[in-house]
Design a protein around this ligand. Structure first.
Ligand SMILES: NC(=O)c1ccc[n+]([C@@H]2O[C@H](COP(=O)([O-])OP(=O)(O)OC[C@H]3O[C@@H](n4cnc5c(N)ncnc54)[C@H](OP(=O)(O)O)[C@@H]3O)[C@@H](O)[C@H]2O)c1
Length: 248
């Protein structure tokens, strides 16, 4: 990013409670490390990466905003009650909660069913879904006949689910052909139409072009409903090991 003016790009990084040091101010220390490594003097959006001890860590964000080291703050992997509480704590210090980052995809809709997404919309909080493509199983390259290769977490977690996804994937392939977009764009357009700003794991340059197509793609409400119904019928649980059950 060095050739670009700092104000022309948006930089986000996070505080991860589990990596907090034992000093007086672990949030300040972790941010200082990020600023140094990223060669910048401010972060546009700074996250608390999980909901370990909302009462302890959330207030620590307030001075970072007041000092201009961080422009906006967000929380990740928090449930509805924890998001509300984080927002209250920040508001009491004169800071707004700007963003929530949770796992959300056609196959994993807890943030929707628990009312968290509605809460974000009602309170001007941007919802950034991650694992929108379920690490690639909603990208059309893999199915029961073409599972992920190798001995890795992705293959271990997702390959057993692939036989249940045949109908959903067939529908996504059909819609992608009708709209002249990549299959991955169907999954991405679906979350965008839910009023969210997806974080996509783009591992190849041409995936960026796909993602741009997804931004301008409009799925009809019948197409949205058909996708949701087939996703429900697939009946798979893609909750990751680090994620809490948001229903509890
Ligand atoms: N807050 C948290 O706890 C948390 C947890 C997980 C992730 N995240 C964030 O979310 C981001 C995305 O997560 P993720 O990468 O795990 O999952 P993802 O976005 O669901 O899946 C990314 C995978 O999908 C494939 N892909 C991406 N774009 C594609 C396209 N246009 N066409 C075909 N395939 C495509 C790629 O697979 P191939 O490389 O095999 O082609 C890539 O590895 C991460 O980078 C991270 O910033 C946050």
């Amino acid at each position: 990013m060095k050739p670009y003016d700092r104000k022309d790009y948006f930089l986000s990084t996070k505080f991860t409670p589990v990596f907090a040091d034992s000093g007086d101010d672990p949030v300040r220390d972790m941010l200082a490390g990020s600023l140094k490594r990223l060669h910048t003097d401010y972060i546009d959006l700074y996250w608390i990466h999980n909901s370990d001890d909302v009462e302890k860590w959330t207030p620590e964000l307030i001075p970072l905003v007041k000092k201009g080291l961080v422009k906006h703050v967000g929380v990740s992997n928090h449930n509805l009650a924890q998001v509300k509480r984080a927002n209250e704590i920040l508001n009491a210090g004169g800071v707004e909660l700007a963003a929530v980052q949770n796992h959300y995809s056609l196959l994993y809709r807890q943030s929707e069913t628990t009312g968290l997404l509605d809460y974000c919309h009602q309170n001007g909080i941007t919802f950034f879904p991650y694992m929108v493509l379920e690490q690639g199983i909603l990208a059309g390259k893999h199915d029961a006949a073409h599972p992920f290769e190798g001995e890795n977490d992705r293959a271990r977690r997702y390959n057993p689910m692939l036989p249940q996804l045949n109908e959903l994937l067939a529908k996504m392939i059909e819609l992608a052909a009708q709209h002249h977009v990549a299959v991955a764009d169907i999954a991405t357009a679906w979350v965008i139409q839910k009023g969210t700003t997806p974080i996509i794991g783009v591992t190849k340059q041409h995936y960026i072009a796909d993602t741009k197509h997804a931004i301008s793609l409009t799925l009809t409400s019948a197409e949205m409903k058909a996708l949701e119904s087939l996703a429900d019928q697939a009946n798979v649980d893609t909750r990751a090991v680090w994620e809490q059950n948001m229903n509890q």
